[in-house]
Design a protein around this ligand. Structure first.
Ligand code: T6T
Length: 326
C-alpha cells in the first residue's frame, strides 16, 4: 500500500513539475491597440482566439482614449513587466511612437504593428525597420474605394466633405489621401472639403459635420474615415433631416453604420478585417519565436465592401463587427 501511495505521489509531483515547466516556457505577449472601439474589440477576439489555439498567454491593455500621451505610459508599463517577448500594437502616431516602440525593441521585446504602421510602413526599405511586420488594411486603397462609392452615390458631381480623427495616423491619413487622389483623378466635378479632425470624439464629428452642412447647403456627401467619424457624420445628417439627400460613406462596419445604411443614410460601408489582423499577428509572434525567418514584412488583410445589395449575404455580413455594443 505504501509503495502505491508513494508511486502515486511521485507521479503527481512529476505531472505538477511538467505542468509548471510548460507554463514557464509558454510564450507571453502583449496586445496594445489604439483605443476602446468596436474595431479593436474584434481584433482582440482574433488575438485571443489565436492565443488559445496556439497556447500563448496574452496581456491586453486598451488605452481609454487615442493618443501618444496615453499609449506611451501603457507601453512603458508593459515593457517594465519584463515577461513579454512580443508586443502587438497599433501605433497612435506614425512618427511619435517610433521612439517608445524602439525602446521596447531595444529592451528585447519584438514589435508587430497591426492596423497602423510606423514611418512609411515599409519595414524593408523605409526609415523604420525594426518591427517584424505590418498587418492591416491598405488604407490608401480603402480611401480610393470610398471615393468611387461616394462619387457614384452622388451622380459624379457636387461638394463632399471628409471627417477624420487625427493627423499623422497612418490608417486615416492613408484613407484621406486615397480618397482625395481618386476624386482628383477620376471625378473632376467633385470638390472635396476637409478633413476636419474630431480627435476620436463622435460628438465633435457631429458638430463639425453640422457646421459644414450649414455652411454648404448643397453638400452632396460625407466620408467618415473611421468608426467615430462615420458615426458622428451620420448623426449630423440625420439631425438635419437630410438622410438620403446627403450621402455618407462609412469606413468600419459597425452595427450602427449598417443600421444607418438600412435607413438610407449611409450608402457604402467598408469593413476591415480586424479579426484577421489580430489572429495573424499572434501567429507571426509564434512563428518568429520558433525561428521562422521569412515572415512577410507587410500583410494586407483586405476589405468587404458592403452596400444594400449584399448586406444580407452571409458571406459579406460575417464581416460586420460583432461586438456587445454598437
Ligand atoms: O478605423 C479603425 C482603425 O483602422 C483606425 O486606425 C482607428 O480607428 C478605428 O479604430 C475605428 O475607430
Amino acid at each position: 500500500m505504501r509503495k502505491y501511495v508513494s508511486l502515486a505521489m511521485a507521479a503527481g509531483l512529476a505531472l505538477a513539475f511538467a505542468a509548471h515547466a510548460a507554463a514557464a516556457e509558454k510564450l507571453k505577449i502583449g496586445f496594445l491597440p489604439g483605443v476602446v472601439d468596436p474595431f479593436y474589440q474584434v481584433m482582440q477576439l482574433g488575438v485571443e482566439k489565436a492565443a488559445k489555439d496556439l497556447g500563448i498567454d496574452v496581456v491586453t491593455q486598451v488605452p481609454p482614449t487615442w493618443g501618444v500621451d496615453v499609449q506611451t505610459p501603457i507601453l512603458d508599463s508593459m515593457v517594465a513587466r519584463g515577461d513579454l517577448k512580443y508586443i502587438i500594437t497599433a501605433p497612435t502616431d506614425k512618427d511619435q511612437m517610433v521612439g517608445p516602440l524602439k525602446a521596447a525593441a531595444d529592451a528585447g521585446i519584438k514589435v508587430i504593428t497591426v492596423d497602423t504602421f510606423l514611418g512609411d510602413g515599409d519595414y524593408v526599405n523605409g526609415p523604420v525597420k525594426f518591427p517584424i511586420s505590418y498587418i492591416g488594411s491598405d488604407n490608401t486603397e480603402g480611401g480610393r474605394i470610398a471615393a468611387r462609392g461616394l462619387a457614384k452615390a452622388i451622380g459624379g458631381k457636387g461638394v463632399v466633405y471628409i471627417n477624420s480623427t487625427n493627423p499623422n495616423v497612418s490608417s486615416v491619413e492613408g484613407r484621406e489621401k486615397g480618397f482625395k487622389e481618386e476624386m482628383a483623378k477620376d471625378f473632376p466635378d467633385v470638390k472635396v472639403l476637409g478633413p476636419d479632425y474630431n480627435l476620436d470624439d463622435p460628438n465633435k464629428a457631429t458638430q463639425q459635420t453640422a457646421a459644414v452642412l450649414t455652411r454648404e447647403p448643397n453638400l452632396a456627401g460625407v466620408f467618415g474615415t473611421n468608426v467615430f467619424s462615420a458615426q458622428g457624420a451620420g448623426a449630423a445628417v440625420v439631425n438635419a433631416g437630410l438622410g438620403g439627400h446627403v450621402q455618407v460613406v462609412a469606413y468600419d462596419a459597425t452595427k450602427l453604420a449598417i443600421e444607418l445604411m438600412d435607413k438610407g443614410v449611409v450608402s457604402l460601408v467598408l469593413a476591415q478585417k480586424p479579426f484577421d489582423m489580430g489572429y495573424l499577428a499572434v501567429m507571426f509572434a509564434q512563428a518568429d519565436a520558433a525561428g521562422v525567418t521569412s515572415l512577410p514584412r507587410r500583410v494586407e488583410t483586405g476589405f468587404a465592401i458592403i452596400d444594400k445589395s449584399n448586406v444580407k449575404d452571409p458571406a459579406i455580413a460575417r464581416f460586420i463587427y460583432q461586438t456587445p455594443g454598437k
